[in-house]
Design a protein around this ligand. Structure first.
Ligand SMILES: [Zn+2]
Length: 92
């Protein structure tokens, strides 16, 4: 009796490992985990079993990382802008 013969194809939450999920076409939502805004964590099916569980990001987390990068770019731009002003003052 091998465990591999009863291997499930069910998706599971990479955070709490429950198989109690709401399944959609390409994604599923954990019925237990919530993000900081109280929304269910939604994961892409294609990542399950391909990426280590602790590296799988919920869809909203992917979005927030992109958002953070956008902010960073803007902050960097602002800093360069203020630096250039500062340089002008120093050289004048
Ligand atoms: Zn979960």
């Amino acid at each position: 009796m091998s465990n591999s013969t009863i291997m499930k194809t069910n998706y599971y939450c990479p955070r709490c490992h429950t198989t109690k999920i709401s399944e959609y076409e390409d994604t599923f939502e954990c019925t237990k985990c919530r993000d900081s805004n109280g929304f269910p964590l939604e994961f892409e099916k294609k990542n399950i079993g391909k990426i280590p569980d602790d590296e799988i990001l919920a869809l909203r987390e992917q979005g927030s990382i992109i958002g953070a990068f956008e902010e960073l770019k803007d902050a960097d731009k602002r800093k360069k802008f203020s630096d250039s002003l500062l340089d002008d003052d120093l050289e004048a």
